[in-house]
Design a protein around this ligand. Structure first.
Ligand code: ADP
Ligand code: MG
Length: 332
């Protein structure tokens, strides 16, 4: 449905998009995930015909977006990062204007606009001037514009930025609803968001595609080694002795807790599940295991690992800051 081939975008000498190659199949929700500055908006702007590429091509249902923008644009609804809202218009006027630009036949316009307004829950504010709307309602006006005419592909650049938590939940529900009939591509720098709504994640880092898979597969395939944690009354040296001949162990870390018990973190070799062997080894030594639990690699680990060398913008200096920014975005 969409094919991006060898896409390159340079701003002067700065390589914002670095040879991207991927395909988008119909009927799924795709997430572009990457830190700020990764190249998500630039890629989306090129895919929707708003920006030219330095090299490469984007085919929408076989139509080259750069050579036949009109034809290709008919298949796409787009909510850019900064939606081009005409703030002196009312919501309704703005959508009428957008419908005209999209070439929606006059006789269908009123009905289609009403349908889009109802879908994004903005009907009750349709006669208000956009400049008097809250950020959340402005975003919805932009969304209504994107879904207007119900094109096959809907592309949303950071659709929940600046919305409050309740609005974020509503937008996510809306995205899921849209995905029943449309292919949806959204971008986000927030992992939790992409994981929650997307069937397929494309991780972008410094203009490059560094991973592309389902959330589950990303965790499985790219996850580092899994770990097993256990607690016992035996001393660390005894724990190491018991585990000495257990196959599949990469590393053992131990620590004695305040209660005098030993807590051990065992890192498994890739693809191994050592829990049964560990249990039997302790049973064989007649040393009771008080706790044993497996801890897998999370998508967070994968994401941090893949994007760790990114030039991180100010305010994103470390993981803690990331989370802080996410929370802020959700409560503005
Ligand atoms: P993202 O959407 O992932 O945050 P962008 O696509 O906005 O990333 O930006 C990718 C890179 O290109 C960044 O380093 C950004 O500073 C740079 N960039 C974006 N737009 C322009 C522009 N108009 N002129 C120069 N550099 C730009
Ligand atoms: Mg962006």
């Amino acid at each position: 449905m969409i094919e991006v081939r060898n896409l390159v975008k340079k701003y002067g000498t700065h390589l914002a998009v670095d040879h991207l190659d991927f395909k988008i199949e119909s009927g799924r929700i795709y997430g572009f995930l990457g830190p700020n500055g990764a190249g998500k908006s630039t890629t989306m702007n090129i895919m929707t015909g708003y920006l030219g590429a330095t090299e490469g091509e984007v085919l929408i249902d076989g139509h080259d977006i750069l050579k036949e923008p009109e034809e290709a644009k008919k298949h796409i609804g787009y909510l850019p990062e900064q939606p081009p809202l005409y703030t002196d218009m009312t919501v309704r006027e703005y959508l009428e204007f957008a419908a005209e630009l999209k070439g929606i036949p006059r006789k269908n316009r009123a009905e289609q606009i009403t349908e889009a307004e109802k879908l994004v829950k903005i009907k009750e504010t349709e006669h208000r001037l956009i400049k008097n709307l809250s950020k959340g309602y402005r975003q919805r006006a932009g969304l209504a514009q994107a879904v207007l005419g119900f094109p096959e592909i809907i592309i949303l650049d950071e659709p929940t930025v600046g919305l409050d938590p309740k609005q974020i939940i509503e937008i996510r529900q809306l995205i899921r609803k849209l995905s029943k009939k449309h292919t949806v591509i959204l971008s986000s720098h927030i992992l939790a968001e992409v994981r929650e709504v997307c069937d397929h994640i494309l991780i972008i880092s410094k203009g490059k595609l560094v991973a592309s898979d389902t959330p589950d597969n990303l965790e499985k395939e790219l996850g580092e080694h899994d770990q097993v944690e256990l607690e016992t009354d035996a001393q660390p040296s005894e724990v190491r002795l018991i585990l000495k001949n257990v196959p599949g162990i990469e590393r053992i870390e131990t620590q004695v807790n305040n209660d005098g018990r030993t807590w051990a973190k065992i890192t498994e070799k890739k693809g191994e599940d050592i829990r049964e062997r560990v249990f039997l080894a302790f049973a064989g030594a007649r040393v009771p295991l008080l706790t044993m639990k497996a801890t897998g690699t999370t998508l967070e680990d994968v994401f941090m690992q893949l994007t760790q060398n990114d030039a991180v913008p100010e305010g994103f200096a470390d993981q803690a800051k990331w989370e802080e920014v996410e929370t802020d975005a959700g409560s503005l």
